[in-house]
Design a protein around this ligand. Structure first.
Ligand code: A2P
Length: 270
């Protein structure tokens, strides 16, 4: 498929095996965070929580980065939540996209933050920092999550309060959606914390798990490998430390071909 160039900056002729999609909305949250939505290729299938390779033509060459798909698998559009890195090879350009611009997407989605990679449980924790909330933005809007779990706890930790807004918008969107709000009911809990500003919930999620404040605030028991399942998405250091806490609670890491008690994925930047 060859798409005509829409704007000069992002002039696109589709490389082979790549979709060329059109941006439908862009929302800027802070100087370094934004969300965009784009058309979804007909017949494009993915599992909520997976990521895709998203790109732009820059100086005549395609540049791609891994992006979690933030929209659920039933959505007719695709949504992404991105960091803006001033000199990032892709995001320095991607942050300038506007409605009508063209974005490249490689054909095959993949990833481990999928419900199939977890064994059955009762309570699902989603631990995220920064743009690591993106795969969970998909999963908390997927009815299957609530078919499989009685309680879904989304934690989101950022440096500053303004960076939490995307998460609050998501939860509000669910509450305002007639069908989703019925399915989700009161199963979804959103626990947002910041680390570099005064706020009602403060501190790294790892600290709040270790000192028990997370569980006390939510009124839930400490981690229990029998009933609790978890997904983690954040920086490498955050993944490592959260994983250690889960393992200390007797939980084991799973994968697509070997479902278990928790799964992890790096939040991608660049
Ligand atoms: P902190 O402000 O204490 O570094 P970043 O923007 O650097 O990716 O961080 C996003 C959020 O993740 C910040 O609130 C940061 O806290 C927190 N964070 C960074 N490293 C870790 C870690 N190893 N474990 C848990 N949280 C972390």
């Amino acid at each position: 498929m060859n798409a005509p160039a829409k704007s000069e900056d992002f002039a696109v002729t589709a490389p082979a095996g790549v979709f060329v999609e059109t941006v439908t909305s862009v929302t800027h949250y802070t100087d370094h965070l934004f969300r965009f939505r784009m058309t979804r290729p007909s017949g494009y299938r993915f599992r909520s929580g997976e990521f895709a390779m998203i790109g732009l033509m820059v100086d005549g060459k395609p540049i791609y980065r891994a992006y979690s798909i933030a929209s659920p698998s039933w959505d007719e559009e695709l949504e992404f939540f991105s960091i803006k890195v001033p000199d990032g090879p892709l995001t320095s350009h991607l942050q300038k996209i506007r409605v009508g611009d063209r974005v490249l997407m490689r054909k095959k989605p993949t990833g481990t933050l999928v419900l199939d990679a977890l064994t059955p449980g009762k309570r699902l924790y989603m631990f995220s920092t920064g743009t690591g909330i993106a795969p969970f933005a998909s999963l908390i809007r997927d009815p299957e999550t609530y078919e499989k779990f009685d309680e879904v706890i989304l934690t989101h930790t950022c440096r500053e309060i303004a960076e939490l807004k995307y998460g609050f918008d998501l939860v509000e969107e669910i509450r305002n959606d007639e069908m989703l709000s019925e399915i989700v009911g009161d199963k979804l809990r959103h626990y947002a914390t910041v680390t570099r500003e005064a706020y009602s919930h403060q501190g790294r999620i790892t600290t709040l798990m270790q000192n028990g404040k997370l569980f006390a605030d939510l009124g839930v028991p400490a981690l229990d490998a029998q009933v609790d399942r978890a997904m983690i998405c954040g920086s490498s250091a955050m993944l490592k430390e959260t994983k250690e806490i889960l393992e200390a609670a007797g939980m084991e890491e799973g994968a697509n071909n070997k479902p278990s008690e928790f799964v992890i994925e790096r939040a991608f930047v660049g």
